[in-house]
Design a protein around this ligand. Sequence first.
Ligand SMILES: *Cc1c(COP(=O)(O)O)cnc(C)c1O
Length: 366
Amino acid sequence: MSAVKPSLIERIIRDDVRAMGAYHVPDAHGLVKLDAMENPYLLPPALRAELSARLGEVALNRYPVPSSDALRARLQAVMQVPAGMDVLLGNGSDEIISMLSLAAAKPGAKVLAPVPGFVMYAMSAQFAGLGFVGVPLRADFTLDRDAMLAAMAEHQPAIIYLAYPNNPTGNLFDEADMEAILRAADGAVCQSLVVVDEAYQPFAQQSWMPRLADFGNLLVMRTVSKLGLAGIRLGYVAGAPEWLAQLDKVRPPYNVNVLTEAAALFALEHVAVLDEQAARLRAERANLVAALQALPGVTVFPSAANFLLLRVPDGAQIFDRVLARKVLIKNVGKMHPLLANCLRVTVSTPEENAQFLEAFRASLQD
Ligand SMILES: *Cc1c(COP(=O)(O)O)cnc(C)c1O
């Protein structure tokens, strides 16, 4: 055995990578897991049996068809991708964000997004050597249109991300603000690709997908994760074939494996089941909002997603107390100054929501 020399690691691994902490996923064993925006519902037993038979037929000895034609065609139909637009698949939308960064990583290129926002935009930019510009939202988490336009003029970003709705704030940005950004990014202020991230579309029911043809600099990104298939890792981005043909060059050739493809095709044949689950979660979201709003000292921010952002007097303390009662939520208070004392909780089944409410109520009173 020969020991690994720290000096060798230092020589090989980038300084910024060595300085990073690993992406921390907390252990949820034995806890009610409300930290990751997962859909709590499985497919019904009969469908699961049918799915396992289907997966048993998959030729695991063969590489996937590199372009995943069947799945792309099905997504295009089910998700109403406009005619003339194409779809590119990723191993989760996280991988699509990586592909965008890689493809756009010219020297000095930057990614711009409102903050607080989805952390992968900044992380992926850093990995690929792109600069990241975070433009603070207003205190009520609405888009600061003027600040966005000023930052776009100053930094001339290659890519602008707008999450619709935004994570971790849960709100939908104003459409007119977004349209102003799209138009300004189309040459008036800068020349940028605008990626609208619709990870929570099943809960928002509003989309820029129908407007793809109106903007030559727009891509719409989605995922099946929050719809109830987080485990299969499948994201997709829709847009003009000219854009997607470029992204396709940096896509790892077999990035969507045969089991994911088969499971996704199956789920899309039964998408009504997933849609019904999303409808139940939207109804539960309304119930949870009403219950939380009745609690003194708690601010509930408007949400078009399957999670709620809450502000409490002492976020870290309430998080610990809720955890001690075996419910795992997310303390986002340290993510950004605008999120001071904020907690994020996934909307789940009536039973799990009740468990959370009970733990949360008791934690406020300790
Ligand atoms: C969860 C999430 C994603 C990542 O989705 P995956 O497809 O699971 O990688 C992307 N964007 C936002 C805003 C998210 O919250």
